[in-house]
Write a protein that binds this ligand. Structure first.
Ligand SMILES: Cc1cc2nc3c(=O)[nH]c(=O)nc-3n(C[C@H](O)[C@H](O)[C@H](O)COP(=O)(O)OP(=O)(O)OC[C@H]3O[C@@H](n4cnc5c(N)ncnc54)[C@H](O)[C@@H]3O)c2cc1C
Length: 406
């Protein structure tokens, strides 16, 4: 009989990834005791961002029964237009255009406001898991068949499996002695929501500029979410601008595409880096989401990668529990790691290469990349393959990514 502070799984971090894992486990394994610990109160964060949720990951939310609420506030992305421009260019030639669905009637991604998805997940886990928040932990050790977390009030929580979903700065990853590899992009992602005069018609625009990509992603109504990359040394200048000056800067990049724009909220800045954990598992510990990998937002894949981790980890854990096996054993964790490492490495390499290739104004590099984009644009099967990769569908993936229960 489990004591008050003994659980089957302890998840540290109640962001989107931790919450989705808590939901997947509590729905799929009957009677499982899941604890979710966060240093802040578990409530909807004041996050003005919206995330592009790829079709595969949308199926995870469908299988978990939370997509209906999210869909009502979301905007399908029906097409993508990519341009490449140099410093001072006035016209922005179109190099690549993606139209259509990943499957008939299924857009390759939806834009979902982060506050809406967080609320849907919080409502869904309510009453199904034990929430320990706000709370801080001061130590983690793996001892025999359990991982033990010591809280700063002296309480000790234990479970056969502890999961680090505590974001890019993961303290739990550090306590387990897992190092990271990667580099600082010396770029800042500037994020805001704009209202605009003309309809976007479900089109996402990505303008590659020497300082980095500038993406305008459609939201319901005549509104879009901007992820605008600048060199970090230039970011403070933009963050200090008033909204009218920023609107003029945005219109200069977007040209006449969306007409006059107004900012709906203050610009926020996020320093960008590539960071991959050297291991995704350690004795009695698994890393998921940004704790395991932080990638450039150029392709809007960070959260999607984290939710794919959830689908894989939930499946191996639930299968082990059903078979009466130790669900935090090295064998089970190795299966999770093997499932996720290759996909993560390829997405990290893809986003890193795209950013290196496009965030510069070197004439020969521009000529080659524009020639390459032009070729892709004329090759239907290559475009279809790219859309399927971005959608996260296909391959030997976990069941949740196909919309199936575990
Ligand atoms: C500008 C920008 C745009 C992006 N756009 C997209 C997009 O369109 N699509 C997409 O897929 N991804 C996108 N991403 C990436 C995405 O935002 C992240 O990958 C995602 O939010 C990571 O979620 P997470 O739950 O792993 O971590 P987090 O959201 O960082 O959550 C971590 C949680 O852990 C808690 N925590 C931290 N430390 C501790 C501790 N010591 N003790 C207890 N709790 C702790 C925190 O309070 C928090 O609740 C973007 C990122 C940026 C910067």
């Amino acid at each position: 009989m489990a004591g008050r502070d003994e659980f089957d799984v302890i998840i540290v971090g109640g962001g989107h990834v931790g919450l989705t894992l808590a939901l997947a486990l509590s729905q799929s394994a009957r009677g499982i005791r899941v604890a979710l610990l966060d240093r802040r109160p578990l409530s909807v964060p004041r996050d003005a961002r919206a995330s592009a949720i790829a079709a595969g990951v949308r199926r995870v939310f469908e299988a978990l029964g939370v997509w209906g609420v999210m869909e009502k506030a979301s905007q399908p992305i029906t097409a993508m237009r990519i341009t490449d421009s140099g410093t001072g260019d006035i016209s922005r030639p179109m190099f690549l255009a993606f139209d259509g669905d990943v499957a008939p009637g299924e857009p390759f991604a939806h834009m979902v406001p982060n506050s809406v998805s967080a609320q849907a997940l919080l409502d869904a886990v309510s009453g199904k898991i034990e929430v320990i928040a706000p709370a801080s932990f001061t130590g983690f050790v793996a001892e025999g068949r359990s991982g033990r977390l010591t809280l700063d009030d002296g309480r000790v929580l234990s479970a056969p499996l502890v999961v680090a979903a505590d974001g890019g700065q993961s303290a739990l990853r550090g306590m387990a002695g897992i190092g990271v590899t990667g580099h600082d992009y010396r770029q800042t992602g500037l994020v805001t929501t704009i209202a605009h005069e003309l309809p976007h018609d479900g089109v996402a625009y990505e303008h590659f500029r020497p300082a980095g990509p500038f993406a305008s992603l459609p939201l319901p109504g005549n509104r879009s979410s901007l992820v605008w990359t600048e060199r970090s040394e230039d970011a403070p200048r933009f963050l200090a601008m008033d909204n009218d000056t920023l609107a003029a800067e945005i219109e200069a990049v977007m040209g006449s595409t969306l007409g006059a724009v107004t900012l709906e909220e203050k610009l926020q800045g996020f320093p960008l880096k590539l960071q991959i954990a050297r291991d995704f598992v350690a004795p009695r510990l698994a890393l998921v989401g940004d704790a395991a990998h932080v990638v450039h937002p150029i392709a809007g894949q960070g959260l999607n990668l984290g939710l794919k981790d959830v689908a894989a980890l939930a499946e191996v854990v639930v299968e082990a529990i059903r078979l009466g096996l130790d669900h935090g054993s090295d064998d089970v964790l190795e299966r999770y790691q093997a499932w996720r490492r290759l996909d993560t490495a390829s997405m990290a390499a893809m986003t890193d290469t795209l950013n290196a290739l496009f965030s510069n104004d070197v004439a020969p590099v521009r000529a080659i990349r524009d020639f390459g984009l032009g070729l892709v644009d004329r090759a239907g099967p290559v475009k279809a393959a790219l859309i399927r990769t971005a959608s996260g569908i296909g391959g030997n993936g976990p069941k949740l990514l196909s919309g199936l229960p575990i």
